[in-house]
Design a protein around this ligand. Structure first.
Ligand code: XCC
Length: 657
């Protein structure tokens, strides 16, 4: 982002270029009036390190750090002799290891909670969705007939524990992978064993002087990423659904206008739903509501941010006030009485902004403390102790509010909460629930293909804008879009989560949306819920008519404003599963190197998907649609689509017949 001028310490942003989110823009203007710095300001003054951006440096040992030249990548090697390909592959693989570890650790927390609930050691949570419990058990070959939920759950715990700790064999959810895709994985030796083992081995292999062939490093990188998508993340999603309920469509509001000036505002930001679920109980506790009223508030207003928020938005319709790049901006309203955070995507800068506005910022998780924030540990055996304490402190802050409050009055209503199970039901109906109608609509060309548009927001590009433009381009071309995380919130703020937004879609997709009454963009939840997209892909293959492996499907993925290592892990597990996946912002590999060729061409030749890159949303849409069309052609269904586009009237006649 370009900087305009410097006054005193704080750089003045060109706010229009920084964000397309009006609420965030309003708060950035206030921040500048108040002399408060945000990540937007820091990004404007801190140029990204050009060597790091190209991944042309290695700091894996103290003979370096070694800097290679991205313009002449093969001109020199590191002190140990490591080539540009080894260095880039190691750096990339470590991003995958870290991202996979984050999702895996999150999933493992959910599984720990599940075990304690099933064993009766934790009474504050319980199994809410026994139907899903049964379904998952059945899929994994666990006996369900005549058994109690507790009996099934105990076996399910034991089975899913293998996802993490197994040292030999295939992870349990490999059973969900289409046979031909699994065959490809087996052929290349990348079926994950247990996530802990894969991550450990990847960290070992990328140590100085171990794996020094970029192809072999990529192999373990692939295996690790798959242990995230079909392992750590999938278990997190499935266990959360079993414990807290599987999402079904729910009308809910997003944006900063969901804050209420006359109520005690509490935000939960992070990733693990157990904290948020407990907070939901706390804010509904009559004694705490009474205390809030005694402090002069009309009530307690609980809202979410980032992925925790996206998950609660999908599952319970809890209002969501903004994605990753709005987390500092929301504090600038002065209306936030407490923000409780757990893990992942929590900017350290929040502590300073919170201090400026007298907001209580609480860390709650033993894995995440922040200097300057108060820590109230969340214990699953007594969850309310933490969340009640946060609410009590929020009430005190409400009572003592001194600074003026400015809440952007923007709220966007939409429909959220489309689990892969619901898509089944929605398109298939209650008596023939299946993906057949989705496949049929793809085969007859009304729906051209499906795109997953997911991931973060990033101050290196115009906030929300790349997501919004990309998705608009895709639906215009009859591509059904499924979303998670911060991307989902960007589109919800742009108004695309209403059934009425179908008018922005091409004729074919619009017709399907209008028949079913669904928006052209379906939100599936948080980052770990990208696993729902994998399951949907597997279902599309299973139902038939669209090829034998995920790589045959007319689908594509994108993370247009990615920033985290988790995004790289997600991107790589989609690629490894067979999906063409395009990233924006920047790509941490030098073009033209052997490693670059492997990721952008070679993997596809091996039967996987492939990586793509462009920062431009229009080019991104073009690449994705071209890929979808190429897959349609390979499946022999391109003709159906041409006929649909050329002759709408005869298509209607055909249907009426
Ligand atoms: Fe984080 Fe998950 Fe990225 Fe948003 S999208 S910035 S990882 S909160 Ni998942």
């Amino acid at each position: 982002m370009e900087k305009e001028k410097k006054t005193d310490e704080l750089v003045k942003l060109n706010i229009k270029d920084a964000t397309m989110c009006e609420a965030t823009a309003q708060m950035l203007r206030k921040a500048e009036r108040d002399g408060v710095e945000t990540a937007f300001h820091r990004a404007a003054t801190m140029k990204a390190c050009p060597i790091g951006a190209d991944s042309a440096c290695c700091k894996h040992c103290s003979m370096g750090p070694c800097r290679l030249n991205a313009k002449d990548p093969y001109g020199k090697v590191g002190v140990c002799g490591a080539t540009i390909d080894t260095i880039q592959a190691r750096n990339f693989a470590r991003m995958v290891a870290s991202g996979a570890a984050a999702h895996t650790d999150h999933g493992m927390s959910m599984l720990d909670l599940f075990r304690e609930v099933v064993n009766g050691h934790i009474k504050e949570y319980r199994i809410k969705d026994t139907i899903k419990l049964e379904e998952v058990c059945r899929e994994l070959g666990i006996e369900v007939e005549g058994r109690s939920p507790e009996e099934m759950a105990k076996d399910l715990y034991k089975e899913l524990e293998r996802t993490y700790i197994q040292v030999e064999g295939e992870i349990p959810f490999a059973k969900r992978v289409p046979e031909k895709t699994l065959e490809t994985w087996r052929k290349h030796g990348v079926v994950p064993r247990g996530a802990m083992r894969e991550i450990m081995e990847l960290m070992h292999r990328t140590h100085m002087g171990v794996d020094q062939h970029y192809e072999n490093i990529t192999k373990q990188c692939t295996r690790t990423a798959l242990s995230d998508g079909w392992g750590g993340s999938m278990v997190a999603t499935e266990i959360s659904d079993i414990l807290f309920g599987t999402p079904t469509p729910v009308r809910a509001e997003v944006n900063m206008g969901c804050l209420k000036e006359d109520e005690v505002n509490v935000i939960i930001h992070g990733h693990e739903p157990n904290l948020f679920e407990s907070m939901l109980d706390s804010v509904n506790d009559p004694s705490l509501i009474q205390a809030a009223k005694e402090a002069g508030a009309k009530g307690i207003n609980l809202v979410g941010m980032c992925c925790s928020g996206a998950e609660m938005l999908s599952r319970h319709g809890i209002p969501h006030v903004g994605n990753f790049m709005s987390t500092e901006a929301i504090l600038i309203t002065g209306a936030v009485d407490a923000m409780g955070v757990d893990v992942q995507c929590i900017k350290q800068g929040l502590a300073k902004v919170a201090e400026c506005y007298g907001t209580n910022l609480f860390t709650t998780n033993p894995r995440c403390h922040i200097e300057g924030a108060e820590h109230i540990q969340f214990e699953e055996h007594a969850p309310r102790e933490c969340t009640d304490a946060i609410v009590e402190r929020a009430i005190v802050r409400f009572k003592n509010r001194k600074l003026p409050i400015e809440i952007p009055q923007i709220r966007n209503l939409g429909v959220h909460g489309f689990s892969h199970e619901y898509i089944n039901y929605m398109l298939g109906g209650s008596f023939r629930s299946s993906y057949t109608p989705l496949n049929d609509n793809i085969i007859n060309g009304r729906i051209r293909g499906v795109a997953g548009v997911v991931g973060c927001t990033n101050p290196r590009v115009r906030h929300d804008w790349v997501h919004v433009e990309l998705v608009k381009e895709l639906i215009k071309r009859d591509v059904l879009v499924v979303q998670t995380g911060c991307s989902q919130i960007a589109l919800a703020k742009a108004g695309l989560y209403t059934p009425e937004a179908a008018h922005l879609a091409g004729a074919g997709l619009r017709e399907v949306c209008e028949t079913v009454g669904m928006p052209p963009v379906l939100g599936l939840g948080s980052c770990v819920d990208n696993s729902r997209i994998l399951i949907a892909c597997a279902e599309m293959v299973r139902v038939g008519g669209l090829g034998e492996s995920i790589a045959d499907l007319p689908v594509a993925g994108a993370a247009p404003e990615w920033m985290s290592e988790k995004a790289i892990s997600i991107g790589h597990y989609f690629v490894a599963s067979g999906v063409y996946t395009v990233f924006g912002v920047t790509f941490p590999i030098v073009e033209g190197t052997k490693f670059h060729k492997l990721l952008f061409e070679g993997l596809a030749d091996m039967g996987f998907g492939t990586w793509g890159f462009t920062p431009d949303p229009y080019e991104m849409a073009r690449l994705m649609v071209a890929h979808i069309d190429a897959k349609r052609k390979a499946l022999g269904i391109d003709k159906a689509r041409e006929r649909v586009l050329m002759d709408m009237a005869s298509r209607r006649d055909l249907e009426a017949a």
